[in-house]
Design a protein around this ligand. Structure first.
Ligand SMILES: [Zn+2]
Length: 156
């Protein structure tokens, strides 16, 4: 994560927000040490939720089957689950797809950033697999580009 301290002119901020210089520094420290680390953790959960929503929308578009009472598509919501138990060897992640969901098995070895990138990479593949994101034949490159844009400001 980038150190933003040099971007903050305490005097200027104090004046702008009508607070003291100490309050500026306190608020900055709160964000850096308490809020942002938690935010970064929930970012992955939020990303998974967005990917689930996009795949759900895509599945609804692709399979509009009227039910008995007048046309509302009925099927369970698509869910993505994470598992630290690998069923394959020599891969960092493996996507097991089911009709209404996916289990992303990922290698739990490595630091937080590596694991984050592995899961994000799998999510990129899922978006391609369901045609939410266009990118054949440059699959791997598009997945990396997706991570580049989505993680902007989070993963540096
Ligand atoms: Zn890949």
């Amino acid at each position: 994560m980038a150190d933003n301290s040099n971007k903050n002119d305490w005097e200027e901020l104090a004046k702008k927000f009508k607070v003291t210089r100490e309050e500026c520094e306190q608020c900055f420290q709160f964000n850096e040490k308490i809020f942002r680390p938690r935010y970064e953790k929930s970012f992955l959960a939020a990303t998974i939720s967005v990917v689930e929503g996009l795949i759900n929308e895509k599945l609804r578009e692709d399979t509009r089957k009227p039910d008995g009472d007048g046309g509302t598509p009925v099927f369970p919501l698509y869910k993505i689950m994470l598992s630290g138990k690998m069923s394959r060897k020599n891969v960092k992640a493996f996507i097991r797809t089911f009709p209404n969901g996916t289990v992303i098995e990922y290698d739990t070895n490595g630091n937080e950033k590596e694991i984050y990138n592995t899961i994000m990479h799998a999510l990129g593949h899922l978006l391609l697999q369901y045609g939410v994101l266009a990118g054949v034949p440059h699959t791997e490159n598009i997945v990396e580009l997706f991570i580049h844009f989505v993680s902007d400001g989070i993963n540096d």
